[in-house]
Design a protein around this ligand. Structure first.
Ligand code: HEM
Ligand code: HEM
Length: 125
């Protein structure tokens, strides 16, 4: 689980940085909040969670870990694609962004529960 998350995070990193390069070159900042969240919720958050799950296998292998993994990885692309369409002018897509955001948030609540329940001294790799 930890290793999978680190690999997924690296893919988000490349997408986020490419979008940053595009914005810099074109001087077009319409997508800056997509860039910010791909980098922060995709690269930074998933890589950190991956490292936590790798260091604490009890957290990585738990049901809460799986719930976090799926909610975060299903919610984030929904939120980012929705935000892309919203920023491109399709205003009717706003509820889709909200659904994606809520899924990610629920995933992060599962992450909190998981960390509190399964990350402890003595359980480290
Ligand atoms: C080659 C790499 C990158 C390039 C070229 C780049 C470029 C940009 C550009 C052009 C903006 C818009 C600035 C503006 O609206 O005035 C921006 C915003 C932002 N970037 Fe990047 N970025 C890069 C990497 C990253 C990384 C790795 C992160 C985080 C892990 C990051 C986080 C952010 C955030 C949070 C904002 C929003 C700032 C705000 O709205 O005030 N960027 N970036
Ligand atoms: C489901 C989770 C999240 C939701 C729904 C969310 C939503 C939002 C919204 C609506 C904005 C304002 C965007 C704008 O004015 O253009 C924003 C800005 C921002 N958020 Fe988040 N956010 C989330 C998670 C995070 C996380 C985890 C981080 C950092 C690790 C973060 C960092 C930022 C930053 C740096 C900005 C300002 C950059 C910008 O103007 O785009 N967000 N967020």
């Amino acid at each position: 689980m930890g290793i999978k998350l680190i690999k997924i995070a690296a893919v988000y990193f490349v997408i986020g940085v490419l979008l940053g390069m595009y914005m810099s070159i074109s001087h077009s900042y319409t997508y800056s909040s997509i860039h910010a969240h791909i980098n922060l919720l995709g690269w930074a958050s998933l890589a950190l969670a991956g490292i936590v799950y790798y260091l604490f296998p009890a957290a990585g292998e738990s049901a809460a870990g799986k719930v976090h993994f799926w909610l975060h990885n299903i919610g984030l692309p929904i939120m980012m694609i929705g935000l892309f369409l919203l920023m491109s002018g399709t205003e009717s897509v706003e509820p889709v962004v909200a659904v994606g955001g809520v899924l990610v948030t629920l995933g992060i609540l599962a992450f909190l529960y998981n960390v509190l329940a399964n990350v402890r001294e003595g359980a480290r790799r």
